[in-house]
Design a binder for this molecule. Structure first.
Ligand code: C2G
Length: 131
C-alpha cells in the first residue's frame, strides 16, 4: 500500500485545495494531510487564518479522499512527519518546486501544478468588497 503525505494551511477551503488533495490521493492508496497550525501560519504569512486550525482540520478530514490529518507545527519537521506517518510519497504544490528535494532519500518527492486563478488571499480580498 502506497502512503502519500501533503501539507498546507487550507484556509477558506476552495477548489484549488480540493483538486490538489484529490490528485495527491490518486498517486497512492492512503492520504495523510499535515495542516499548518495557526502559529505556523502566522509566522509564514503574518496574519491569522480566517478559520482556526481545529476547523481547518475538521473540514479536510471530512473529504472522501483524505484518510488522516494532523497539525503541522513547524516547516522544519518534514523529515520527522514523513517517518512518523510512514509516507512513500511527499506531494507539494508547484509553488514549492525544488524546495523539498532534499527529502528524496526518505521518500519520493512530487510537485503538482496549482489551480490557476484562485487563492485564499484573492477570496479574502473579494469578500472584503462586500463589507
Ligand atoms: N493550491 C493549489 N491551487 C491553488 C491554491 C493552493 O493547488 N490555487 C495548493 C497548494 O499548492 C498547496 C495546497 O493547495 O499544496 C494548500 O495551499 P496553502 O494552504 O496555500 O498551503 P501553504 O500555506 O503554502 O502551506 O509545509 C508547507 C506548507 O504548510 C504549505
Amino acid at each position: 500500500m502506497k502512503r502519500v503525505i501533503t501539507f498546507g494551511t487550507f484556509d477558506v477551503l476552495h477548489v484549488g485545495h480540493i483538486r490538489i488533495l484529490e490528485r495527491a490521493k490518486q498517486l497512492g492508496h492512503h492520504l495523510t494531510v499535515g495542516i499548518s497550525s495557526d502559529a505556523l501560519n502566522f509566522s509564514k504569512k503574518q496574519r491569522n487564518p480566517v478559520y482556526p486550525e481545529k476547523d481547518r482540520s475538521e473540514l479536510i478530514a471530512s473529504l472522501k479522499f483524505v484518510d488522516a490529518v494532523f497539525i503541522e507545527e513547524s516547516l522544519e519537521l518534514k523529515a520527522e512527519y514523513i517517518k512518523e506517518h510512514a509516507a512513500d510519497i511527499l506531494v507539494m504544490g508547484d509553488d514549492w518546486e525544488g524546495k523539498f528535494d532534499f527529502l528524496s532519500p526518505l521518500c519520493e518527492v512530487t510537485y503538482l501544478k496549482r489551480t490557476e486563478g484562485i487563492s485564499t488571499t484573492q477570496l479574502i480580498a473579494e469578500i472584503r468588497k462586500y463589507e
